[in-house]
Design a protein around this ligand. Structure first.
Ligand SMILES: Nc1ncnc2c1ncn2[C@@H]1O[C@H](COP(=O)(O)OP(=O)(O)O)[C@@H](O)[C@H]1O
Ligand SMILES: [Mg+2]
Length: 240
């Protein structure tokens, strides 16, 4: 995928949240955004997925200029997996996936069912298709959210800490699902606090602190961090 940001700024209540962000990334398929809490990671992800707009600056994702494209048009090209609880609880697993395919992507009921059933099978969720989403475990629910995200064949899938609400076992379950996406060359951008996972799943790392990108590069920057900030962050993460 391509990500290009030019002098992007975002403030909330006159507080600088993202400060002059510049990025020019080509031909990377897995990108992880890491950094301490409050660094601006989720805000950056919301701008990349056009949930919000910057106060100034330009953002291009693949061929799309996010200042120009209509959000509804862009949302057909991307997928988003949030922290938790984004399925419709009263609908079945199958319906949670077919709904968006039929109503937003104009698939017939048959086409939607086929896509959904194939994916649920591939991600070992077939036994749950007729359960209501509210009956799933946290890990199953996130895996269904991922399947829903990829069902529309997005150009890029965005994840915001998809495991932060899960216990360690369920976390592994969800992370394995994301690793599988990588093997299938799906483009994704993930905000994660799972550093070992980022090492394994991402090609490119963006480290943010205090609203800025402090360091970025291929995943081996985690082995050999140059900035004091990333060195400190990594030593705190691995303290325990
Ligand atoms: N909608 C909002 N309104 C006001 N402040 C916000 C909003 N969203 C985030 N912030 C503030 O922006 C900063 C960065 O937040 P966020 O992007 O969520 O960081 P991260 O995901 O790295 O933890 C934090 O100080 C947070 O309090
Ligand atoms: Mg966040």
């Amino acid at each position: 995928m391509e990500l290009k940001l030019h002098n992007v700024n975002k403030t909330y209540d006159e507080k600088d949240i993202l400060i002059d962000i510049n990025l020019d990334i080509h031909d990377e398929s897995g990108i992880a955004i890491i950094g301490p809490s409050g660094a601006g990671k989720s805000t950056l992800l919301r701008l990349l997925s056009l949930i919000e707009k910057p106060d100034s600056g330009e953002i291009h994702v693949n061929k799309y200029d996010l200042n120009e494209i209509e959000p509804e048009e862009y949302y057909k090209k991307i997928g988003f997996v949030f922290q938790a609880h984004t399925l419709f609880p009263h609908l079945t697993v199958l319906r949670n996936i077919t709904l968006i395919l039929e109503q937003v992507h104009n698939k017939t009921k048959e086409e939607a069912n086929k896509i959904a059933l194939d994916l649920l099978d591939r991600f070992e969720l077939s036994e749950h298709i007729h359960k209501r989403a509210s009956q799933l475990s946290g890990g199953q629910s996130q895996r269904v959210s991922i399947v829903r995200g990829i069902a529309i064949s997005p150009e890029v899938l965005f994840f915001d800490e998809p495991t932060s609400a899960l216990d360690p076992v369920l976390t592994q379950e969800v992370l394995s699902t994301i690793i599988k996406l990588r093997e299938e060359k799906m483009n994704f951008v993930i905000v994660t606090h799972e550093i070992l996972f980022a090492k394994k799943a991402a090609d490119f790392i963006i480290f943010m602190d205090c609203g800025k990108i402090v360091e970025m590069g291929h995943v081996d920057i985690l082995e050999n961090p140059q900035s004091k900030e990333l060195q400190n962050f990594l030593s705190n993460v691995f303290l325990w």
